[in-house]
Design a protein around this ligand. Structure first.
Ligand code: ZN
Length: 82
């Protein structure tokens, strides 16, 4: 297991964490809890090791087995208040 990783975008340092990952697959987004990932401590970009990514893909391909759903607020940038 790697100990250190440098962010490709901002050259910040990525550290290993267990996160709720947002994963895009075939134009759909799903969230997967307790995923080991690398998170850049500067820009927040998430990276997955290859075996982790493969597993996320596997889960996404079998999304019909997912029983839990979360919902979250979705705003539009052109909304203006007050
Ligand atoms: Zn970064």
């Amino acid at each position: 297991m790697k100990k250190n990783m440098t962010c490709e975008f901002c050259e910040g340092r990525a550290e290993q964490r267990v996160i709720r990952a947002r994963f895009h697959h075939k134009k759909q987004t799903l969230y997967i809890d307790n995923v080991p990932a690398w998170v850049c401590n500067r820009c927040g970009k998430q990276y997955f090791d290859a075996p982790v990514y493969k597993r996320l893909e596997n889960i996404a391909r079998h999304r019909e087995h997912i029983v839990k759903t979360v919902s979250f607020p979705l705003a539009e940038y052109d909304m203006v208040f007050g």
